[in-house]
Write a protein that binds this ligand. Structure first.
Ligand code: FMN
Length: 215
């Protein structure tokens, strides 16, 4: 029974393919595209098939990329150095690789080495949005197209009042600081205090800069 169904399905696909190829051929002849020689016809169809595969693949990759770039990841709040003097909150947007997460945790290591208590989580509707108990806020994101990561933009949009909290902005990737300036304006417009901004392409730089901030 299953075999029969498969046979019918394959026959249908074959018929459909033949019908579409005929349609394509008629359309090409009408527009005077259809080559006269057999070998040219084969190459022509192969090139068209290749273009179709490439367009489908690019579309699929684009959709996949947009999905990953725009997604908001919910995670627990990790606590580092619970006995630290003052508390810093790090909210970061993960990327395709572990780089933005690594940079955020290494920056946190730098802060804890200088006495900070650190809470760290990903940008999502569940991330803290009341900063009254924090002395420092760190916003980290991957740099895509020299723009601020969408999850961080959404997070900052949801926080309507920063209450003057000192804010560090971290762009992970290339050296461009354009996105840092854009996020700085957004933070300042919501009563945040811009403290510093970094564009890290090396996670060890993050440790150094984190350890330079005193509680
Ligand atoms: C779609 C895309 C766009 C990017 N655009 C830029 C860019 O404009 N400038 C830049 O310096 N790096 C750019 N990068 C490199 C990322 O900043 C770099 O890969 C960084 O590590 C981001 O984290 P991820 O690799 O985990 O996604 C881009 C990467 C991707 C995937």
């Amino acid at each position: 029974m299953r075999f029969l169904f498969l046979q019918i399905l394959l026959a249908r696909c074959r018929q459909n393919l033949i019908k579409r190829t005929r349609q394509l051929r008629l359309w090409c002849v009408k527009l005077k595209f259809w080559p006269q020689k057999r070998w040219k016809q084969i190459i022509f169809v192969l090139v068209l098939a290749l273009i179709a595969v490439f367009v489908a693949f690019a579309g699929f990759a684009g959709l996949l990329m947009a999905g990953v770039i725009n997604r908001e990841v919910v995670s627990e709040i990790d606590l580092m150095n619970p006995d630290g003097d003052k508390t810093a909150l790090i909210v970061y947007q993960p990327g395709f690789s572990s780089f933005p997460k690594d940079v955020s945790y290494i920056f946190a290591d730098g802060l804890t080495s200088n006495g900070w208590r650190v809470e760290i989580t990903t940008a999502s509707p569940q991330a803290p949005s009341d900063f009254s108990k924090y002395s420092l806020l760190v916003l980290g994101y991957p740099n895509y197209g020299n723009a601020v990561g969408t999850a961080i933009v959404n997070y900052v949009n949801r926080v309507d009042y920063f209450g003057g909290v000192n804010t560090v902005i971290i762009s992970c990737g290339g050296p461009s600081t354009a996105s840092i300036d854009a996020l700085r304006q957004q933070v300042e417009a919501a009563n945040g205090t811009y403290y510093n901004g970094f564009a890290f392409s090396n996670s060890e730089d993050a440790r150094q800069e984190g350890s330079d901030i005193t509680p």
